[in-house]
Design a protein around this ligand. Structure first.
Ligand SMILES: Nc1ncnc2c1ncn2[C@@H]1O[C@H](COP(=O)(O)OP(=O)(O)O)[C@@H](O)[C@H]1O
Ligand SMILES: [Mg+2]
Length: 359
């Protein structure tokens, strides 16, 4: 690491202040050329995917370390120092269920985030993707993904200062390591683009199913919005169905359909047909915990700490306390008509950028 800083100071004179900053803050800086070589010139065959913030490429560093380089496309109005301060915060958040940020490249206009490479791609491909890419997950793996993800979110909510609201919990942000253990990606990113909501608009258009109604409609962003998204994610993991694709049989989205099954006492129908031989009581408990997380009234949702407890132990849930899930009325039409609308179109109040609790 010292070698990199030392090179930086020596070779990139105009940005000496960046190198100084990195030494002080322990952010690892990469040369653009270094990442260009690692990713074979950002070759399309190394492209892992594209999200709201930019394109992700797989790369191999000279020392053999596999990385995922996220080339940020959204323009940040932040200066270099503010950018690096946020990177510093993210770099210092370490947990087995969070994707580790290794460093970044800040050279000229280039802004690239360098992450540890997580071998088994994302949960959306493995569980919800095309048949050829799908992995057959048994209950042990599915429940471990739910609990591991809950632990990662709980750490962001309760284990770091300042606390972090992820605000983009969804299957494509859950990466799976070689043993299919979950690692949450993209936490802390929204802070890098305080004036930019493009990525949210993209997400609203494509994956409405994860958005808590108070966030989507009033822009109220608290930990409760993450808890809602987590609940939806659990339903996807159990059903093997995407939250944004209406069920062909009923034309209902996943959460709405789950609630109907709950009221009819038929929750078992939700379980992925590919999941055979599972502990029924436990699976039903997971579904009910997900319903507690997705209640319309944000304050009724459990904390992530409580969620971990309810998922890990055979707890008896007080179902008398369970109320209706929060559903966004237009979401079904928006998804099925494939229209793209921005969050502001159905939100009167401006989005609040309170991704981190006040320092
Ligand atoms: N650290 C990583 N290791 C391996 N693959 C990754 C990593 N980060 C992202 N990816 C892949 O790149 C895709 C795009 O990622 P991203 O830009 O975060 O978009 P989004 O989260 O909106 O899907 C992900 O779905 C995942 O398959
Ligand atoms: Mg992502």
């Amino acid at each position: 690491m010292d070698f990199i800083w030392c090179c930086f100071v020596r070779r990139v004179k105009p940005q000496d202040h960046v190198a100084e900053f990195s030494t002080e803050k322990k952010v690892r800086l990469f040369f653009y050329n270094e990442l260009k070589t690692a990713t074979e010139n950002f070759c399309s065959s190394n492209k892992s995917g594209r999200g709201g913030f930019g394109t992700v490429y797989k790369g191999i560093l000279r020392d053999g370390t596999a990385i995922a380089a996220k080339v940020l496309s959204a323009e940040s109005k932040q200066g270099v120092n503010e950018f690096l301060t946020e990177i510093d915060v993210i770099t210092n958040v370490k947990h087995p269920n969070l994707v580790q940020l290794i460093g970044c490249c800040v050279e000229g206009k280039h802004r690239i985030l360098v992450y540890e490479y997580v071998e088994n791609s994302s949960l959306d491909r493995a569980l919800l993707g095309f048949r050829s890419q799908k992995v057959k997950f048994n209950w042990d793996i599915r429940s471990a993904i739910c609990i591991g993800t809950a632990k990662g979110i709980a750490y962001l909510h309760e284990g770091v200062q300042p606390q972090i609201v992820h605000r983009d919990i969804k299957a494509s942000n859950i990466l799976l390591d070689k043993n299919f253990r979950p690692k949450i990606g993209d936490f802390g990113l929204a802070k890098l683009f305080p004036d930019n909501v493009t990525h949210i608009s993209t997400r609203v258009a494509g994956t409405t199913g994860y958005l808590a109604p108070e966030y989507a409609m009033q822009g109220q962003l608290t930990k409760n919005a993450d808890i809602y998204s987590f609940g939806v994610l659990v339903l996807e993991i159990i059903s093997g169905r995407s939250s944004s694709m209406p069920y062909r049989e009923t034309d209902k989205l996943l959460l709405e359909w789950t609630w109907q099954l709950y009221e009819e006492g038929k929750l078992k129908n939700l379980v992925d047909p590919a999941l055979v031989d599972y502990p029924e009581e436990e699976v039903l408990r997971f579904i009910k915990v997900a319903l507690f997380c997705t209640q319309a009234a944000a304050r009724r949702r459990p904390s992530m700490g409580q969620v971990i407890h309810m998922l890990s132990k055979p707890t008896r849930l007080n179902e008398k306390e369970l109320t209706r899930p929060g559903l966004i009325p237009e979401s079904k039409n928006a998804v099925s008509s494939n229209s793209t609308y921005s969050i502001t179109e159905f939100s009167r109040s401006p989005l609040t950028h309170t991704q981190m609790a006040p320092r």
